[in-house]
Design a protein around this ligand. Sequence first.
Ligand code: PBG
Length: 325
Amino acid sequence: MTLTIRPRRLRRTDTLRQMVRETTLDTADLIAPLFIVEGRDIEKPIGSMPGQAQLSVDRLDREIDSMRELGIPAVLLFGIPAHKDAQGSGAWDEAGPVPQAIAAIKRRAPDTVIVADVCLCEYTDHGHCGVLAGPGQGDVLNDPTLELLARASLAYAKAGADIIAPSAMMDGQVAAIRAGLDAAGYSDTPILAYAAKFASAFYGPFREAAESTPQFGDRRTYQMDPANGREALHEVALDVAQGADMLMVKPAGAYLDIIRAVRERYTLPLAAYQVSGEYAMIKAAAANGWIDERRAVLESLTAIKRAGADMIITYYAKQAAAWLR
Ligand code: PBG
């Protein structure tokens, strides 16, 4: 046998494999989502997301301390208000859970980067990401929602958010938020655009976590069709033109081709969101003894990075950081 080319030569030892490794995962790449619930002394586990809990602001310190200790640089905040209404007015309440959490985290850990998710679905009684034409009327109105998203963004910027991340998938939301922030003197606050966000079954557990299940219909008139890759690039182009500072593809695992395509065509920093369903699937398989949790998580995160993401939003941030050191 005269095989001259043998790729196995470079796989013989751990050190050799390390030398030729193309992608490395780093704790500095990770962003940890947090669910902030209105009220006091609340730490309510989320059934469909083992290891995750809704936290009230007064219970945040320990969580923030442990993230800092692990070297996680950033958190992504979602709010769960005590009261919801048709407009989602809790989203721009300056005394709401997210602005309060921002202030508390800034006091405790001034260097932690705070990303504020901006959407109405956690705050509307109907659970949609924008306002409706009338009670129970399915059409989500685009342009009237823009002003509300801008208002919510301003409330979070004022509270001290480092990055504003609009996830409602309304057309023109980046431009509307940019204009609102600039007019109020927040021209230095960057926008991380959920540029290509797909209408995904993998958001199921999140809706329990954020209490944001639509009361009727679904999100397919505003979130993207999972079948569309070219349209994702169109969405990204629009957000770049509207002034996005950073881009996001969501979900991550089933959309690695989109991450790669965006990476190849755009120079802006790119985040990918390993969403609730991706987390829940690994957790469930691991709980059954069907999968090695640590290896599966590190492999999935490495694959997202290999596809081209600079940053990864993941509910596994803390566990992955612990495994990485
Ligand atoms: C809000 C929002 C959602 C997620 C992030 N922001 C839910 C949705 O669009 O239905 C999902 C995140 C996850 O599943 O982890 N619009």
